[in-house]
Write a protein that binds this ligand. Structure first.
Ligand code: B12
Ligand code: SF4
Length: 506
């Protein structure tokens, strides 16, 4: 019998960590590590497994001593913590097997010579070989995926029994990998390819059942690169199955996902997604400047009325969260004001604004290298005010402009204004369950106390609170959620991001 310790390193506190917001709902992290849970499900059932997610608990030396092997999974943004885990494992004499986005194509850039076994690729194809080699005492130094990517129709149900639900705000499920588009800065297509690979409706329902049986009720994030990459299958098989499943379960799950903006062109798809329970969708808007969209080859956004598209999705009962980028070669000097204006008019409350960054392995990375514009820096987190490229507009202009965008859109008045702009457009579906659980009531009280009494912007909070109760009472819980998230974004903007920006701009 082999003992495997699965470790998910610490995620630095930034935009998506929601650390400050999670305190209001007594949760430690937003999602469990789905990659590691998938790896766990691919290991022999006779092996003993233990999961340590360092975002919800501590990694003890006792855990390390217990293990025969330590399996680490990480994104680039987790590299410091991953290095620390590897060093600690080695001090206890334990070999480390490392995988995940940090070790995907372009991994050489980050070094990691100290890793005993580096796995660059999807586990579905590689793990059976690794298991065999461990059993034969012949573990190799690297395992690379073939050009052909695995068919995820063979991917197992993640091993949810390793997870304590109560520590997380959301659960996750991946239905497809890959995206048909080819944006210059995107490492998703380098990792997962252009042809969307999908699971079957049977697999998706089995994963939903597993979450339900593990006691989960609430939000589930479909962690697809682009959920609508294969619309035909989605409409004919997957969504009808989810609609039926969620109806049978009394609409106990809501869903969130990522999709390209062409979702707004397909009325039937939006109606089906909303009927299935999707109420939030993250869309890469990137820029209101057409030249910048052409530059990065953002196909679905080119020549489109992006504002109208966002409103269409909101009208179909889905909140749009948006990704925005500044620092393209084609960005005019007015880009920072234009981004602020677009974000305010769109009613995109959660706007993730980042500085253009070139992840290793991407087309942008190669172009920047060829043009001598690569910097040796780069945290892997495009929202902390750092980048690894020399922007055409100059680093100082970009840094100051970025700071202006982030500090404006997250200051209380514009932030609450955006909530109202959104609520005016939003048409929630009728099957939505109202969420007045004790946990929600606790969050509401903490919110009123902290944000309504102690924080800057409290007048704006109460004014918009009253407006929502009067005009959109059904959306009141959303208002509170937004207020809590806004508190998080302001804390992040005021600490890590702004600190790094000050450092850069000297
Ligand atoms: C959920 C998610 C998050 C969660 C992470 C928490 C969590 N517990 O999962 C949150 C919201 C916190 C997050 C944050 C960020 N994220 Co994120 N996130 C994702 C997302 C959408 C899904 C991850 C997932 O569940 N995938 C499904 C699983 C099954 O895939 P997987 O993890 O890759 O695992 C497979 C293989 O990699 C391999 N594998 C994985 N681990 C291991 C381990 C071993 C030992 C082995 C053998 C194999 C193996 O096998 C698995 C099965 O095939 C991905 C996009 C994506 N489609 O993957 C981005 C992604 C991972 N995130 C990314 C980024 C950039 C970020 C942010 C920096 C964004 C930002 N600017 O704020 C931040 C991190 C910084 C911060 N401090 O906030 C990038 C990472 C790029 C990179 N090379 O590192 C991705 C790929 C998206 C992208 N390209 O833009 N993210
Ligand atoms: S649409 Fe999104 S996932 Fe697809 S290539 Fe562009 S950035 Fe990547």
């Amino acid at each position: 019998m082999v003992r495997i310790l699965l470790v998910y390193p610490q995620i630095p506190e930034t935009f998506w960590s929601f650390k400050h917001a999670l305190k209001f709902v007594s949760r430690r992290a937003s999602f469990p590590p789905l990659g590691l849970l998938t790896v766990a499900a691919l290991l022999p059932s006779s092996w003993e497994l233990k999961l340590v997610d360092m975002n919800v608990g501590n990694l003890s030396n006792r855990d390390l001593r217990w293990a025969d092997y330590v399996f680490v999974s990480a994104m680039v943004a987790q590299q410091d913590s991953a290095r620390d885990v590897i060093a600690r494992s080695h001090r206890e004499g334990k070999p480390v097997v490392a995988g995940g986005p940090l070790f995907r194509p372009g991994y050489e850039f980050f070094g990691f010579d100290e890793v005993d076994c580096l796995v660059s690729g999807e586990a579905e194809d590689l793990l059976p070989r690794i298991v065999k080699d461990i059993e034969n005492g012949a573990l190799q130094r690297t395992y690379l995926c073939d050009d052909e990517r695995p068919d995820i129709a063979n991917s197992p149900v993640p091993k949810w029994s390793l997870v304590d639900n109560r520590r997380y705000e959301m659960m996750s499920l991946q239905y497809s990998r890959g995206c048909p588009f080819d944006c210059e800065f995107c490492d998703i297509v380098v990792m997962n390819g252009h042809v969307p690979r999908t699971k079957s409706a049977r697999q998706v329902l089995a994963e939903l059942d597993a979450l339900f049986e593990n006691g989960w009720r609430g939000a589930v994030f479909f962690t697809d690169d682009n959920f609508i990459g294969n619309k035909k299958k989605l409409k004919s098989e997957i969504l009808p199955a989810i609609i039926e499943w969620n109806r049978e379960k009394g609409y106990r799950f809501t869903f969130i996902t990522e999709a390209s903006i062409n979702l707004a062109d397909d009325e039937e798809l939006m109606l089906m997604m909303n009927g299935a329970g999707f109420d939030v969708v993250f869309v890469g808007i990137e820029s209101p400047n057409e030249g910048s969209l052409v530059e990065c080859n953002k196909m679905p956004n080119k020549g489109k009325d992006l504002l109208a598209a966002v409103k269409t999705i909101q009208n179909h009962g889905m909140q749009v969260q948006g990704g925005f980028i500044v620092g393209f070669d084609e960005d005019p000097p007015s880009i920072f004001r234009n981004q602020i204006e677009f974000i305010q008019r769109s009613g995109i409350v959660t706007a993730m604004v980042g500085m253009l960054m070139a992840p290793p392995g991407t087309r942008l990375f190669k172009r920047m290298e060829a043009e001598g514009r690569l910097l040796p820096s780069g945290t892997g987190n495009n929202t902390d005010g750092t980048t690894n490229i020399v922007p055409k507009m100059g680093l100082e202009t970009l840094t100051r402009g970025y700071q202006e965008v982030v500090s404006t859109i997250y200051s209380p008045e514009p932030y609450y204004e955006r909530i109202l702009t959104f609520l005016r457009e939003y048409r929630p579906r009728s099957t939505r369950r109202s969420n007045y659980s004790p946990r929600y009531i606790g969050a509401l009280i903490r919110c009123m106390w902290t944000i309504g009494l102690k924080q800057e912007g409290r007048m704006a909070f109460w004014r918009h609170f009253a407006w929502t109760l009067r005009h959109k009472p059904r959306c009141f819980h959303m208002y509170i959620t937004f207020a809590i998230q806004g508190y998080h974004y302001r804390q992040v903007a005021a600490s890590a991001g702004m600190g790094q920006m000050k450092m850069q701009s000297g």
